[in-house]
Design a protein around this ligand. Structure first.
Ligand SMILES: [Zn+2]
Length: 448
């Protein structure tokens, strides 16, 4: 039986779920009281543990959950039944129990992933991607809007919010059925205030992203750097397993990385860990968006390569590519660049070779520091066989082939729907971490 020492109110469901209370001694209860742990926190933690078990192991019975969570089956039953009533968990069928009398069956439970929705937003220097998803990260609607740099950042955020509301309306989803919004944004982010400190290529000033969007949407908002958000999505939804310790490298207009250690993002003291794109690789290199000279991003990003290519593009410098495109810059594509490269276009070869060499060197430097299990490469550019092959060639010059084969993986996330990062962030923050508790209370606080 569970004890009730008068610490908690009399409602039976509220007495349930305290690991320390379940069979604990008086002294331990006293410790709990002194620590100021209240019942709702413990209940939330136990609900979070149940969701984690179901998410990790798939369908399980009340007894299976009780064995893992170390609570009595009776306690688990009360918590689980409450979650079934709320629609978070559902019964999914019966299974014959092993090592039991023939015919004895157990009811399996699983998460009802369509219980509520989340919104994911990705804000980068070239576009904003918005997605609505269920709690399994499945995107049910995706929308891309162009970035408008002619208006103030807060005005633009309000425009994003009104686009979100229109999408919800079109999808027939009421605001109350959206548990949270996750925003991935380029550059530095203050996680506590939810502000963007310096979004390279977007705005230099501090912008209150969380506050602005929460006021406009009346839905709780969590923000993080876009690469970190994508790394979370990679860990949660990509088909490759063993991503509990990984380096995630995103190569697009800029270069960014995120480090996952024991299934958690490593932020560093000032939340600046992983800024691989701003490691100085050449003191005499080109000026970067951040103001430094010779950053990896200024030497090896897609944008940096295109900039060099267009600067040098002429009939004299690149005769093969010039002929393939009939001198038309707009006709330059990965396909004709590859053809020109293979046909011996020396200037083009040196642009691509230099960029891929810098990128490989940057990645290896980070591998040396963190020794990750996997390195995930993310970005459209890695789907370009020539670029991918050149990066691997350069990596192979530094790391032995057998290690490289196991270590380097191209992301299986669809780079066109990069709002998946915000979606993963929202689900993690407003579903799993709070045990599927109602986020409406948070919304009420926003409106105060
Ligand atoms: Zn930089």
């Amino acid at each position: 039986m569970l004890k009730n020492n008068g610490l908690f109110d009399d409602k039976l469901s509220d007495k349930i779920g305290l690991k320390q209370l379940n069979g604990a001694e008086e002294g331990e209860n006293e410790m709990v009281r002194n620590k100021g742990i209240n019942m709702s926190t413990i209940k939330q933690e136990n609900r979070a543990s149940i969701l984690k078990i179901l998410k990790t192991n798939g369908a399980a019975s009340r007894k299976d959950i009780a064995d893992i969570i170390e609570l009595t089956p009776a306690a688990v039953t009360i918590i689980v039944n409450e979650m079934i009533q709320e629609g978070i968990i559902k019964e999914v069928g019966q299974l014959e129990e092993k090592d039991k009398r023939a015919g004895r069956r157990k009811m399996l439970l699983n998460i009802e992933y369509s219980y509520k929705h989340v919104i994911g937003i990705n804000i980068e220097s070239d576009k904003v991607s918005i997605g609505i998803a269920n709690l399994n990260g499945q995107i049910i609607h995706h929308h891309v809007m162009q970035l408008d740099k002619t208006i103030a950042p807060t005005q633009f955020l309000k425009k994003i919010a009104s686009t979100c509301m229109k999408i919800l309306w079109k999808q027939n989803i009421v605001r109350e059925n959206v548990i949270g919004v996750g925003v991935g944004i380029v550059g530095r982010v203050d996680l506590v205030s939810g502000s963007s400190k310096h979004a390279y290529g977007l705005w230099r000033e501090e912008v209150e992203v969380k506050r602005t969007l929460e006021h406009a949407l009346s839905i709780p908002v969590v923000i993080d750097n876009n690469v970190r958000a994508l790394a979370l999505a990679e860990m949660e939804y990509a088909s490759e397993g063993n991503l509990d310790n990984m380096l995630f490298v995103k190569c697009g207009p800029g270069i960014g990385s995120a480090m996952i250690i024991n299934r958690e993002i490593y932020y560093g003291t000032h939340s600046m860990a992983g800024e691989i794109g701003h490691m100085v690789m050449d003191d005499d290199g080109p000026i970067c968006k951040c103001g430094q000279r010779g950053c990896l991003e200024a030497l090896a990003s897609q944008e940096a390569m295109i900039k060099r290519l267009l600067n040098d593009f002429s009939k004299e410098n690149m005769p093969i590519l010039y002929a393939l495109t009939r001198g038309c810059r707009e006709s330059i594509s990965f396909a004709n660049m590859e053809l020109a490269y293979e046909s011996g276009e020396t200037m083009l070869q040196s642009i691509i070779d230099e960029a891929t060499a810098y990128l490989a060197r940057g990645i290896v430097n980070v591998i040396r520091v963190y020794d990750p299990k996997k390195v995930i490469l993310y970005g459209e550019i890695f789907k370009w066989p020539l670029f991918h092959a050149r990066v691997l060639y350069r990596l192979r010059q530094i790391i032995s082939d057998d290690i490289l084969h196991e270590l380097i993986v191209i992301s299986s996330l669809e780079s066109e729907s990069d709002c998946i990062g915000g979606i993963a962030l929202a689900i993690r923050t407003y579903f799993y971490k709070i045990g599927g508790m109602n986020t409406h209370d948070l919304i009420k606080k926003i409106n105060l």
